[in-house]
Design a protein around this ligand. Structure first.
Ligand code: RB5
Length: 142
């Protein structure tokens, strides 16, 4: 199950991502927002982060205008490693090296075509499992 959430700035891109993921066969849980009315990004970032830390969803996707507000919020949660990505190289590297469990994107920064490629790269790339990366990730929580 993939958790997804956005504020009004990411609402349209969230809809495109949900449609794309469902066509790919993923189960998606949409934590809102559910319209383009102005709203507060921490509400949705917290809901997605909680679903991932609780194990209800294995990964999360968060979108706001820049991707910055949602990533700052999600990274306040112990065990969350939210990566703000605007390119496929970063999306691949953050899975391989950081075992990132939330992808954050900025809908006013990254166009929908690239955003869907970033989503696919993020979800299709496994964690490397390398000892040095396990060590570094565990150091984050110390
Ligand atoms: C909303 O206008 C905007 O501030 C928000 O989407 C996001 O970019 C915050 O980081």
């Amino acid at each position: 199950m993939i958790a997804i959430g956005s504020d009004h700035g990411g609402f349209a891109l969230k809809a495109e991502i949900i449609d794309h993921l469902q066509k790919r066969g993923f189960e998606v849980k949409d934590f809102g927002t559910y319209s383009e009315a102005s709203c507060d990004y921490p509400v949705y970032a917290k809901a997605v982060a909680k679903a991932v830390t609780a194990g209800e969803c294995e990964k999360g996707i968060l979108i706001c205008g820049t991707g910055i507000g949602v990533s700052i919020t999600a990274n306040k949660f112990r065990g969350i490693r939210a990566a703000l990505c605007g390119d496929c190289f970063s999306a691949e590297a953050t899975r391989l090296h950081n075992d990132a469990n939330i992808l954050a994107m900025g809908a006013r920064v990254t166009g929908p075509g690239l955003a869907l490629k970033i989503v696919d790269t993020f979800l299709d790339t496994p964690f490397s499992g390398d000892e040095r990366h396990i060590r570094r990730i565990s150091m984050i929580e110390e």
